[in-house]
Ligand binder design. Structure first.
Ligand code: EPZ
Length: 416
């Protein structure tokens, strides 16, 4: 298992280029199962989760040809519409093949994803929606079995906003008979990006990006070429890192318009944030002020940046509350930050952070993708050497993070 060894403190400076969005690429890869034609995706991030889903697509019968940041997927025929446990347990987003296979083949068997470090993460809302579309859904032996001769359009209202739930049902509804209305739909840019690909494939979708999406089913979909949007969470991670290290970083090839909530929070601390075109420049120097932050579905403050923000908050002046409203257990990074000298108290969904603390390097353990990023940020600001174990968590969602950080002046090396 690889680990990172990081020497702090450092002020990050220079320019970093953002990769394609993992959480847009995943549903777009799944969309290729809806047609027998080739779908070409560009600007894919070279991260583990993308490779894992590519393997799953091959397993169900699609041909996947990868070339650096592009992939051509051709699902001419679907073999076994079966996503086995050993694959799904490593990546929950595998459930995104449920909708396309149900619509394309009429039956599918996918292992239930099981929980992960940040929570139970059920998919009950996905399954209830598929039943509304006329599918017969059975759960047994840890697997979901769903079948439907032909899905029928229906009105679906999600009890809670679910990103992959919205994506899964939108994928399935493109080939249903009639109209499907999704209410309380997720508004994330990744949902909009998926809708853009599906429309290029011949789907009829309106309202993506709002809380009501209307999909008019069609008989078949054809191939398309699509470039995936930049990764707003990767961009946000480097923006927070710039503030946490009191540096001056230009984040290139990003979409500043997808980072409104974070930019507002960074400016409220006193950091300087300017955007011009697809570049976001974040600078900070001297004391920064703390204030309360609560995560919310897009366009609110992203839960995927909560851990990174907490690492920054340990160095801000004052006491602030960080509220995690989306997941029930997304504070795995707290204990490790406290070991580095942070002053954080947990009360249920609230974390009370008092700063500024002088962080010192330590041996810490990564637990999930974004908690690992938080530990990297803390290590960059801390005095001395930090070793972060199990950085395979990071590799799931960050492309060559140590190289991008070194280019910004960080002293970080990967040790196998
Ligand atoms: C997506 O996960 C992202 N993953 C997550 O990013 C992100 O944290 C999350 O959305 C929230 O923004 C991908 O897009 C691949 P949800 P998803 O369904 O879709 C509950 C990362 O770091 N819920 O929006 O699985 C659920 O338990 C990952 O890149 C149900 O109860 O999240 C959670 O509390 C981590 N039943 C809340 O809704 C359901 O059927 C939001 O979950 C579905 C969800």
């Amino acid at each position: 298992m690889d680990r990172f060894v990081i020497e702090g403190p450092v002020r990050l400076a220079g320019e970093v280029t953002v990769s394609g969005a993992k959480n847009a690429a995943l549903p777009c890869l799944a969309a290729a199962l809806l047609t027998a034609d080739a779908v070409r995706l560009e600007n894919l991030p070279d991260v583990a989760d993308i490779r894992t889903l590519g393997k799953l697509l091959q397993q169900v019968g699609a041909e996947v040809v990868r070339d650096r940041r592009c992939a051509a997927i051709e699902a001419r025929t679907i073999g076994s519409a079966d996503a086995p446990y050993d694959l799904v347990k490593t990546m929950r987003a595998s459930v995104l093949v449920l909708g396309p296979l149900l619509a394309r083949v009429g039956e599918v068997r996918v292992s239930l994803p099981g929980g992960c470090a940040i929570g139970v993460r059920p998919i009950n809302l996905h399954l209830a929606a598929f039943e509304k579309l006329g599918a017969e859904v059975r759960l047994e032996h840890g697997y979901v079995e769903a079948r439907a001769a032909r899905l029928k359009g229906a009105d679906v209202a999600f009890d809670t906003v679910t990103v992959t739930g919205t994506e899964n049902v939108m994928l399935a509804a493109t080939l249903a008979r009639g109209t499907t209305r999704l209410r309380n739909a997720a508004r994330e840019p990744e949902v909009v990006d998926l809708a853009r690909l599906l429309i290029a494939m011949g789907a009829r979708i309106e309202g993506a990006g709002t809380d009501t999406i209307v999909i008019e089913g069609v008989e078949t979909l054809h191939g398309a070429d699509h470039a995936v949007i930049p990764d707003r969470i990767e961009a946000g991670t480097y923006a927070v890192a710039a503030a946490a290290t009191r540096g001056d970083v230009r984040i290139a090839r990003c979409a500043p318009e997808h980072l409104g909530a974070l930019v507002a929070r960074l400016r409220a601390t006193g950091a300087s944030v300017e955007s011009e075109g697809d570049v976001l420049r974040v600078r900070a120097d001297g004391p920064l002020l703390s204030h309360d932050v609560a995560t919310a579905p897009y366009p609110g403050f992203p839960t995927d940046l909560q851990a990174q923000w907490m690492a920054l908050a340990t160095g801000l002046d004052g006491i602030a509350t960080i509220t995690e409203t989306i997941f029930e257990n997304r504070f795995q990074h707290v204990a490790e930050l406290v070991r580095m000298g942070a002053n954080i108290r947990l009360e249920g969904r609230w974390a009370v952070v008092e700063g500024p603390s002088r962080l010192t390097g330590a041996r810490v353990m990564a637990s999930d993708l974004r908690a690992s990023a938080a530990l990297v940020l803390a290590a960059l600001a801390a005095e001395g050497e930090t070793t972060i174990e199990r950085v395979y968590h990071l590799d799931r969602g960050y492309q060559r993070m140590e190289e991008k950080l070194r280019a910004l002046g960080a002293r970080v090396r990967r040790v196998s």
